[in-house]
Design a protein around this ligand. Structure first.
Ligand SMILES: Nc1ncnc2c1ncn2[C@@H]1O[C@H](COP(=O)(O)OP(=O)(O)O)[C@@H](O)[C@H]1O
Ligand SMILES: [Mg+2]
Length: 289
């Protein structure tokens, strides 16, 4: 594999997690009770293909990401989960040989078109990576970073916005007295919530989370899952996870990927209790992956 990132390398290790065969799906997942077609889409993906050089990694992906819902992306290692969500904010444009074809409609425009302002796109579609990655600066400056990049504001406005973002990321109480300490001195779970605060300070519409809990202990994971459920009232969330209980606990809709294709997409309750495709069933019952 050419040019794997540290994130992707860590992921390969995390895929060793054993998947228990039975899954409890929380009853209150909205996808169970609402009319999907009536909901507004935040992002519409149409026939997305993706290439690493000549190697095709995604094939004809089409999916509707609904506003203010959590959409989980699941599937075995290497099936294209990260590649798929990294297309949404064009982060792949950092690499010269990576190319996406098709349409990703967001706020009336195809974000794959050349006219898109990438800085603005990445503010509006924020990303949380697998390995918590605070910048090498203080807790305060980590959150202020995004704000300073996108907005001009007074010092007191800045501090208010930082405090607000930390509160909305459920970490304020833990860092209120550590604002001038280095961000990377926090625990892993706190660092991840700090990164979420950094993303939401910029007032995004969408949060992409690529296995945000796979490097975090169970207590930290529970806090992040709780936070995801709170954040969906304001943001649209796309959550890549190899932890199927997590997908069942926090998502409304689930997409199952296999070998670069979306095999099945639907309400999380349906995917986990009564999948239409044999491959989906084999994966969620732990027979491969
Ligand atoms: N930088 C890269 N260069 C070439 N191939 C890559 C690169 N990153 C990922 N791939 C390939 O693309 C496919 C999908 O990978 P990825 O999106 O990372 O899967 P997942 O996130 O589901 O584990 C895999 O076959 C992987 O080997
Ligand atoms: Mg991945």
């Amino acid at each position: 594999m050419v040019g794997t990132t540290v994130d992707e390398q860590t992921e390969m290790h995390s895929q060793a997690t054993v998947v228990p065969p039975r899954l409890e799906v929380a009853e209150d997942r909205r996808g169970a009770v609402e009319d999907f077609d009536q909901l507004p889409s935040e992002i519409s993906v149409r026939d997305l293909d993706f290439f690493y050089g000549k190697e095709q990694a995604l094939f004809g992906n089409s999916i509707e990401i609904k506003k203010n819902r959590v959409t989980a992306v699941i599937g075995p290692s290497g099936c294209g989960k990260s590649t798929h969500i990294r297309a949404y904010n064009r982060i792949f444009n950092l690499y010269r040989d990576q190319k996406a074809k098709g349409e990703i409609l967001f706020d009336g425009a195809n974000i794959l078109s050349s006219q898109i302002d990438l800085l603005d796109l990445r503010r509006r579609i924020g990303m949380i990576f697998q390995k918590p990655s605070p910048f090498p600066m203080t807790v305060f400056d980590n959150v202020a970073y995004g704000l300073r990049q996108h907005y001009r504001m007074s010092r007191s406005d800045l501090s208010n916005r930082v405090e607000d973002a930390l509160k909305r990321s459920a970490i304020w109480d833990e860092v209120e007295h550590k604002l001038n300490e280095p961000g990377n001195a926090l625990s892993g779970g706190q660092q991840q919530r700090l990164c979420i605060a950094r993303a939401i300070a910029a007032e995004p519409d969408v949060l992409l989370m690529d296995e945000p809990c796979s490097a975090i202990d169970p207590v930290g994971t529970a806090k992040i899952e709780e936070l995801i459920l709170a954040l969906k009232n304001k943001y649209t969330i796309v959550l890549v996870t190899h932890n199927m209980q997590q997908a069942a606990r926090v998502s409304d809709y689930t997409a199952f990927f296999f070998q670069g294709r979306i095999v099945e997409f639907g309400p999380t309750t349906k995917i986990f209790s009564n999948p239409a495709e044999k491959q989906t069933e084999e994966y969620i019952t732990g027979r491969f992956g």
